[in-house]
Design a protein around this ligand. Structure first.
Ligand SMILES: [Zn+2]
Length: 100
């Protein structure tokens, strides 16, 4: 059985592209999904909410297990992921428009 952690990391990597652009909030940092999930201060508020619900720090090593611990944890993590991915896509759209 593949590990949950492995699946989650594969999921993150689907959104990690070699041409990731610099994060608009973090000079010098590439804005890939893992960075935005776990590091970028742009999502501190949402990350703090998730941290409160999961009752632990949000980090790649433990998030997969944490999100499977309860239904509430799963829902909160899904919401967080959706918010981030929606935000990333809207930025991509803005960038695409700007470059035309
Ligand atoms: Zn950032």
């Amino acid at each position: 059985m593949p590990s949950v952690r492995g699946c989650f990391q594969a999921y993150l990597h689907r959104f990690k592209r070699d041409d990731s652009l610099e994060c608009p909030s973090c000079p010098g940092e590439r804005e890939d999904a893992e960075f935005v999930f776990f590091v970028c201060p742009r999502f501190n508020l949402q990350r703090d909410e998730l941290k409160t619900i999961l009752n632990q720090r949000i980090q790649p090593e433990t998030l997969a297990e944490a999100m499977l611990s309860t239904k509430a944890a799963w829902n909160a993590t899904s919401t967080f992921a959706t918010e981030i991915l929606t935000d990333l896509r809207s930025i991509e759209r803005r960038r695409a428009k700007d470059s035309n």
